[in-house]
Design a protein around this ligand. Structure first.
Ligand SMILES: Cc1cc2nc3c(=O)[nH]c(=O)nc-3n(C[C@H](O)[C@H](O)[C@H](O)COP(=O)(O)OP(=O)(O)OC[C@H]3O[C@@H](n4cnc5c(N)ncnc54)[C@H](O)[C@@H]3O)c2cc1C
Length: 194
């Protein structure tokens, strides 16, 4: 049993994984590497001047790995179902149990539909917390948006989902704030993990 299972490892899923694992949640992420980022070159990601999409992905993957996400690259999720108080996640290779699930499969909405999430037209219906009508199940990125398909928006969706999960777990609004004094310990942790 893990705390969070994330389906999809584009900007939305990786961002959800980073925030969840950095803040102590046991997190597994599945990805089949069909991200649109391999076709993109970013000039519009705030704080980054210019970067190739695949190069961005390599950095982002390294970052989530350093923060302890169990990234199952190449493992396709075939089903997500409610199970007890959480979810059963079936892949081509194995089965997993998780308290929360974050769907981050780009424009593909099949898993959200089979899980029973409510839709608003073609889009999975979520608010700013990114939680779907199925308690504990979150939807992020392309599947919740008509056309606002930008990497920075997907990354924000993933972060919002993870912070909402953290708030649920902690029982109060959770902030992932670092200040200059914590920089050394964060990087020390990363270096120790290598
Ligand atoms: C030609 C092109 C140019 C672009 N240019 C820009 C740009 O300049 N700037 C910008 O901000 N954005 C750009 N984009 C859009 C950007 O790539 C997307 O907004 C971004 O990739 C969306 O992120 P996401 O995480 O929501 O989904 P995705 O990046 O699509 O990631 C979804 C991931 O989920 C995986 N997945 C799906 N189903 C499963 C499953 N069942 N099991 C496991 N894994 C699964 C997929 O393999 C994929 O890796 C461009 C897109 C294209 C096509």
């Amino acid at each position: 049993m893990v705390d969070v299972a994330i389906v999809g490892g584009g900007p939305a899923g990786l961002s959800a994984g980073l925030f969840a694992s950095k803040n102590g949640l046991d997190t597994v992420l599945f990805d089949t590497d069909k991200t649109w980022m391999h076709k993109a070159h970013l000039f519009n990601y705030l704080g980054i001047g210019s970067v190739g999409g695949s190069e961005f992905m390599a950095t982002a993957r390294q970052q989530v790995d350093d923060f302890g996400v169990d990234r199952k690259q190449g493992e396709k999720v075939t089903a997500v179902e409610e199970s007890g108080d959480g979810f059963a996640v079936t892949t081509e290779a194995d089965e997993y149990e998780a308290d929360y699930v974050v769907l981050a499969t780009g424009a593909s909405r099949d898993l959200a539909e089979s899980l029973g999430c409510e839709f608003d037209g073609d889009l999975v219906d979520v608010g700013v917390s990114m939680e779907t009508s199925v308690e504990g199940a979150y939807a992020t990125g392309g599947m919740v948006r008509a056309e606002e398909w930008q990497a920075v928006i997907s990354a924000g969706d993933g972060a919002a989902a993870a912070l909402n999960i953290l708030s649920n777990e902690k029982g109060e609004h959770y902030h992932d704030f670092d200040v200059p004094d914590t920089a050394e310990s964060v990087f020390g942790g990363l270096i120790d993990d290598e």
